[in-house]
Design a protein around this ligand. Sequence first.
Ligand code: IVH
Length: 539
Amino acid sequence: MKAPAIQDLTELDAVIELASLARDIARHDRLYHAKDQPEITDAEYDALVARNRALEARFPHLIRSDSPSRRVGAPVAEGFAKSRHGEPMLSLDNVFSPEEFIDFCKRIRRFLGLAETEALAFVGEPKIDGLSINLLYENGAFIKGATRGDGAEGEDVTANLLTIPSLPQHLKQPFPASIEIRGEVFMEKADFINFRATQEEAAEAREARRAAGEKLGDAVVIPANPRNAAAGSLRQLDPRITATRPLKLLAYAMGAASEAPAETHHDFLDELRRWGFAVNPLSRRLQSEDAAESFQAEIGAGRAALAYDIDGVVYKLDRIDWQRRLGFVGRAPRWAVAWKFPAEQAVTKLLDIEIQVGRTGALTPRAVMEPVNVGGVVVRHATLHNEDEIARKDVRIGDTVMLQRAGDVIPQILGVVLEKRSTDAQPYAFPLNCPACGSHAIRDGEDVVRRCTGGLTCPAQTTERLRHFVSRRAMDIEGLGEENIQTLFDAGLIKSPADIFRLHQKREILAGFEGWGERNRTPNSWGGIITAWKPGALP
Ligand code: IVH
């Protein structure tokens, strides 16, 4: 439903809506910052914040003491010591168009009393989607580091930060006696995809142990995007776990400092490099608003090819004396802004919902859609997660759906365009039987996943287990690709892992398969090579 126009609202409407926005935004802040499990997209969150701001502008006397515009992030989670920032860690206002960026520049000129003709120089920096951290250095030595938290104090994650290779533990001379350095901890897209696969494996293995009746510890978190993966990794209570995660750090700002290290932001970035920090090599000094506009287009065009996710570009006024004069309003500086890219979204038709059966019998729904271009990538499939997710979004076959490539990686269905729903569309009935073997599929206790009870009588479970057995993550049997498993299984040649090692007895049959023949190297019985054996990875 579209929200009513602000000018049509009565005071009572506004009171009610402001209360509900304060509650909703606080909840989404908690999900995002404290739990690393957001339920809405950044664009949806930005829309809530924008609506709140518009309401407050129209009804300033109704601004609540717990207004979201007065808060940043989320309070410190349990389990970490608190760490107070020397200077608050604030947020940035967003702009979405050249007009809004020009307005931002006009406000700067007005505030500083500059002529219209006076050029403003900025530094543009890709806005990486990770989590911001504050690092305190005293006499050049790294003392402690914290997450942003509520802006005034964050979680002390010093031990975890020390596991990040790109974090300098000592600054190169000369340096201020005391300085807070701010930057972003993030995970690159390729690292995220590998990490997610590892977590999916771990979740499956855990499920297999659960099915075998073992008592289990914490659930395995499968992060939805690189940001969640980075945040979850940095906020581990055991730094040994953080150490195994591929985290990177780029520095871009400072907090409290005993002396000013530079007169322009551009020179400050050079100082950061000299002290030993990694600074984004794409950061650039831009001599005018026009140059900023071109930079926005240039970075936007190259966005998909970057190794990490960005959701916009941050523009910072280059002159630090001007930054000081401009100061802050609410929770954001007047001298910097985040120019966000449009969300990578598209609308298409849902043709079907396929059910895939995993190694442990998990039934996973997958959306099959009319191919559509989402931010330069053709998307045909999207994850629907599980049965509850389909019910919650009430996704029906034939519906027109809104898609998003979350964090540029895994396409998600955001919701249904209800106006386009046909009157005879039926709610989706999740299968109660396994589509592969017909056995009952059941949900156990609180498990959100429905599972096939067929065990090894289910051909899908069996082939998935065999596939896993030969995969790189388990036995790593070179030459027996996962795709060959289906052929061998369909031909009745393998039913269990042991059969793989008896394949040499079936040489004559195999030789008759198209494209299959005798191999020269026969280090093991079937003709392939086991290149690695990963303990604990067996089906
Ligand atoms: S400067 C007062 N620079 O964006 C200046 N922030 O919405 C505040 N971010 O919490 C931050 N890249 O997590 C700055 N080059 C960059 C950034 C950046 C990403 C994030 C950061 C911050 C958020 C502000």
